[in-house]
Structure formats: C-alpha cells, structure tokens
Design a protein around this ligand. Structure first.
Ligand code: ZN
Length: 170
C-alpha cells in the first residue's frame, strides 16, 4: 500500500478503508527543512495513491498539505478549499503578471496553534503535472494563491516563522 518507501518506515500510519491516514510531522522534524525531490520514476498508480492518502489525511482539518509533511520527500502538494480539490505534481510557481504582495495570517498543520503573518503574492501561476505527468497550468488568486505559496515553500524546506529545526525543550 505504501506509495513510496521514502521515510515511511519512520511513520506511524493508520489504515482506513483503502486509504492511509498519515501522521503529520511537526516542526521539530528535521526532514521538514529539506528540499523535496522531483517525481520521476513513480507510476501513475503510485502518485494517485499518494494523492488519495494526502486528501484523506487533510480531512483531519486543513486547507493544504505537502507530501514532506507526512515524511515523503517528493514534490507534491494538495489544496482542499471551498469544495475545490487540486493536486500539484512537480509544481513551478511564479507570481502572475500584475500580482501584488499582500499580508495575511497563516497557520500550518506542522505548527499547531501558531499563526504567522506572511507576505504573499495575491495571484500566482503554477505549472505542474497530473498523475500521468501530463503538463498543466493554473492561475490561483487570493486565499488559494496564499495556500499554494505556503505549500510550495514546504517543498523547498521552508516552514512559516522558522529558519531551521526547533530544539525541543523538555
Ligand atoms: Zn504548512
């Protein structure tokens, strides 16, 4: 059932019907500060299973999730907001023409209970792939654009409000 063996042995997982709900890593996990790798050799079935598992995990609460947050260091993130569900494989995100930087508060499933004021583009263009590696392009605005930039940061090892792993204080 594992879509990838990348780090999965480190995780506690719950099997739920045919999906797996993964434990979301928190901000003291060093892997969160690493850059995720391109999806290359994975099959469409493996990518689809990973995306399904991520949506199932996100049902626990949240509007976006990156594979790295469940310990899988691959360039995939998903958005689930206002009845819209989207998955991005190997995304490249750039500000749209005429985009403005705007401030807004963000939370993160890997930083429960913390909000950070972040400056983000209000409109972005994302070039990515679907599970069969067909290219596609989407323009996202407003809060959707903010979610995408937050998740894209995760793929590059960035977590809101942090420069590196936290030292756990007992
Ligand atoms: Zn996050």
């Amino acid at each position: 059932m594992a879509p990838s063996n990348n780090g999965l042995d480190l995780l506690f997982e719950v099997c739920f019907n045919k999906f797996m709900i993964h434990t979301i890593l928190e901000d003291n996990s060093p892997i969160l500060f690493q850059r995720s790798e391109e999806i290359t050799t994975e099959s469409a079935e493996e990518i689809e299973q990973l995306i399904s598992d991520m949506f199932e995990t996100l049902e626990l609460g949240g509007v976006g999730l990156s594979a790295i947050q469940i310990g899988i260091k691959k360039r995939i993130f998903i958005i689930s907001y206002m009845n819209e569900k989207m998955a991005f494989v190997n995304p490249v995100l750039v500000p749209a023409v005429g985009a403005q930087l705007v401030y807004g508060n963000e939370g993160c499933l890997s930083r429960p209970g913390i909000e950070v004021k972040m400056r983000r583009w209000d409109k972005v263009v994302i070039t990515s792939q679907d599970k069969s590696k067909n290219p596609s392009q989407k323009t996202l605005k407003g809060f959707m654009a903010r979610i995408a930039q937050h998740e894209y940061d995760h793929l590059n090892g960035k977590v809101i409000g942090l420069k590196g792993p936290l030292t756990k204080i007992e």
